[in-house]
Design a protein around this ligand. Structure first.
Ligand SMILES: [Zn+2]
Length: 171
């Protein structure tokens, strides 16, 4: 398991973590949520969501249904001008929608990186609550999602994008 995700910060190595998270979410549903620990027989006193406290902390709840997740998805949806999120969605539903898209490969890669950034920030926020660091401020998360995905594409990938264009029309 990639338990080290909890202590990751935005550093030179962070792009690897994003893809690691995406991969984990995508294929294995192995992120160490409290529900996953509980299902595997670990004694967890409280399996409720660290962010809202109102539901069991499953992967889909945390990354799609939780208040913060919904808020971020809706902001991303408006930003990319595409219906990337529907209520009561899940990772499986999202991947199915993403795979069915006919978009050219560049915009598909960009969207994937944006979503990976969104999921990763959501996970980091959850961990900052869990470990009591409170190092992330909710109000800045969306800006960080945009900035991080931009940096990943331009510094680590083959894309040449002007920041102003990225902020206005990313896809
Ligand atoms: Zn929640």
């Amino acid at each position: 398991m990639h338990l080290e995700l909890g202590s990751v910060s935005l550093c030179q190595d962070s792009d690897r973590k994003v893809w690691s998270l995406s991969h984990e979410v995508n294929y294995k549903n192995r992120l160490p949520t409290r529900l996953n620990f509980s299902v595997r027989g670990m004694e967890i006193e409280n399996i409720s969501c660290q962010v809202c406290g109102a539901f069991v902390e499953s992967l889909d709840h945390l990354l799609f249904d939780c208040n913060l997740a919904k808020e971020l998805w809706i902001k991303v949806k408006i930003w990319v001008d595409m219906d990337v999120y529907r209520d009561s969605s899940s990772w499986a539903a999202w991947v199915s929608w993403f795979d069915s898209r006919q978009a050219n490969s560049d915009s598909k890669i960009k969207l994937y990186v944006i979503v990976a950034s969104l999921l990763w920030h959501n996970w980091r926020f959850r961990n900052s609550k869990l470990f009591g660091s409170n190092s992330m401020k909710k109000v800045f998360i969306f800006y960080s999602v945009r900035s991080f995905s931009f940096n990943w594409l331009c510094n680590r990938g083959r894309f040449k994008i002007r920041r102003v264009d990225w902020l206005m029309k990313p896809l």
